[in-house]
Design a protein around this ligand. Structure first.
Ligand SMILES: CC(C)(COP(=O)(O)OP(=O)(O)OC[C@H]1O[C@@H](n2cnc3c(N)ncnc32)[C@H](O)[C@@H]1OP(=O)(O)O)[C@@H](O)C(=O)NCCC(=O)NCCS
Length: 219
């Protein structure tokens, strides 16, 4: 995965934020690529996302969207509150149309390889990177993965801390892995997803995140 370009101080979300985790579709790609440009040194070409979403049967990608309950309703929406309510399930909730994070993985037999994971610099430090990791761990387990793995830059200490919090550890280096600047990659592996200790830690971390964040899953 690419290099992080920003680090944000820890902050808490406002009480009025709700996040939705859902499958990435072609409609999300422009927003995702804009976000990617802000998060990584070398973004993927657009075609890579199309390939991943349309042709790679091993791939699973998700986005995290923010629903702002305090957002101003657009004029046409205000004239049709029934429609809004049907779409967003609440009188004042307005879809902000904003992707604030995304992640992806490849299911390779019984291993899940995390290919990308990023949170908008405006929303970092709120637990959203962890929420994406929780979501892709659940997807991996549901598809029968026994372990998860990823590559991360040695310089990307924030990402490493996130993965370590969820039981990943470094197991080797791929020299000059990143073609843009030749940086090595640290290869990280999770513990066995099915192991009792690992499941218990995951549940505790997920419960703790639930107390911190409000999210709905549409996966
Ligand atoms: C890495 C990234 C996804 C983390 O997302 P985030 O939403 O900011 O992280 P969270 O708020 O969910 O934090 C989860 C954990 O990450 C670690 N972490 C997050 N920010 C940190 C910081 N500034 N310093 C140290 N550790 C930090 C902590 O372990 C934290 O757990 P805690 O809240 O119990 O302290 C985000 O920084 C990002 O998108 N970076 C750019 C893209 C990138 O590098 N992706 C990873 C490629 S491998």
């Amino acid at each position: 995965m690419g290099q992080n370009l920003s680090a944000a101080p820890a902050k808490r979300p406002t009480d009025r934020e709700t996040f939705i985790v859902e499958a990435m579709t072609i409609e999300h790609v422009d927003e995702v690529r804009e976000l990617e440009r802000r998060c990584f040194l070398t973004p993927w070409p657009k075609e890579s996302f199309y390939y991943e979403l349309e042709r790679n049967c091993m791939a699973r990608y998700i986005v995290l969207r923010r629903v702002a309950e305090d957002a101003e309703a657009p004029a046409e929406a205000a004239e049709s509150p029934g429609l809004l309510q049907r779409i967003f399930g609440g009188c004042n909730r307005v879809h902000s149309n904003s992707v604030v994070g995304f992640a992806g993985l490849w299911m390779m037999v019984d291993e899940a390889h995390i290919t990308t994971l990023a949170v908008s610099p405006d929303h970092q430090g709120k637990g959203l990177g962890e929420l994406l990791l929780v979501a892709i761990t659940e997807i991996s387990a549901a598809h029968g993965a026994k372990m998860m793995t990823l590559e991360v830059r040695p310089s990307n200490l924030i990402a490493q801390k996130l993965y370590e919090k969820h039981g990943f550890s470094g197991h080797g280096v791929r020299p000059h892995y990143y073609s843009d600047d030749g940086e090595d990659a640290v290869v990280m592996w999770s513990e066995e997803l099915g192991a009792a200790k690992s499941r218990q830690r995951f549940q505790e971390l997920r419960d703790s995140l639930r107390r911190r964040l409000t999210w709905e899953s549409k996966l």
